[in-house]
Design a binder for this molecule. Structure first.
Ligand SMILES: Nc1nc2c(c(=O)[nH]1)N(C=O)[C@@H](CNc1ccc(C(=O)N[C@@H](CCC(=O)O)C(=O)O)cc1)CN2
Ligand SMILES: Nc1ncnc2c1ncn2[C@@H]1O[C@H](COP(=O)(O)OP(=O)(O)OP(=O)(O)O)[C@@H](O)[C@H]1O
Length: 225
């Protein structure tokens, strides 16, 4: 492995990696939150991994992304069955995420209740607002469109777009910690479906104590796993 290896592990960019880093790889237990040095390494590694994964995702053609989004929508249907009466949080796609807005319309047609996540404040949990295609949107944090008027709801199902995902169903997101913080704070845990492309699967995100695994993952290749 060289310092340029895209799969380098945390610390690998140093001439002398911190001596404990070899213990991280393959570690089944969450690492120690009280160890700030280790977390600093993981955070640095995640930032670099995130950037590479987002760049790779944006290189996929829009047509191919649309095809994969359609397969993912089928996989979600297979996973949740009838959505009638269920509140399902989706997301407004950005940075090449699967576009499930067509599926959102079919959700409404089948009696489901879509919602979108809203960042109220950095460092705080997300809230979810009811949203149906055509409802008024406004610009939220990072310019992500959010429902302007929707009532606040608690979702039964949360569809979470991943930047990366590992075999333990741990999600690498954009680095705000929003989904983890939100799941930790919700009164009842929803079914959390991570969605992404096969190319976003990675061997580990180096899960930390704050990382909450998703219930299942749906990609273009396979249904629920
Ligand atoms: N489409 C979509 N909407 C979503 C999410 C998502 O993952 N996808 N979210 C899921 O959580 C929330 C937004 N989360 C975000 C978290 C961080 C950044 C962001 O730009 N972060 C900085 C770095 C932050 C840091 O490292 O401290 C950046 O990339 O420059 C953007 C959105 C709610 N809405
Ligand atoms: N339940 C929580 N309580 C307090 N802080 C948290 C919680 N969950 C995550 N965080 C903090 O959020 C920050 C970012 O976490 P992480 O790298 O896991 O983000 P992410 O999952 O990639 O981002 P996102 O969910 O926004 O897409 C970390 O500093 C972490 O400590």
């Amino acid at each position: 492995m060289t310092a340029d290896d895209p799969d380098e592990k945390p610390g690998a960019t140093y001439a002398s990696p911190p001596c404990f880093m070899h213990e991280v790889e393959g570690l089944a237990e969450p690492t120690n939150p009280a160890d700030p040095v280790l977390w600093a390494d993981v955070r640095r590694w995640r930032k670099a991994k995130r950037e590479r994964l987002i760049a790779a995702r944006l290189e996929i053609s829009a047509d191919r992304r649309a095809e994969m989004s359609a397969r993912i929508a089928e996989g979600i249907d297979a996973a949740i069955g009838s959505p009638a009466g269920k509140t399902v949080s989706l997301y407004w796609p950005f940075r090449g995420e699967p576009d499930l807005r067509g599926w959102m319309a079919s959700l409404v047609a089948r009696g489901g209740r879509p919602a979108l996540p809203v960042v109220i404040e950095k460092g705080q949990p997300l809230v979810f607002r009811a949203y149906r295609p055509g409802d008024r949107l406004e610009k939220g944090v990072w310019n992500i469109p959010i429902p302007a008027d929707g009532e606040e709801v608690i979702p039964d199902v949360v569809i979470a777009p991943v930047v990366g995902v590992d075999p333990g169903n741990y999600r690498l997101g954009y680095g705000g910690g929003f989904f983890d913080r939100t799941l930790a704070a919700l009164p009842r845990k929803p079914l959390v479906i991570g969605v992404g492309y096969e190319m976003q699967r990675i061997p580990t995100i180096y899960p930390q104590p704050h990382d909450i695994p998703m219930s299942l993952i749906v990609t273009e290749a396979a249904g629920p796993a």
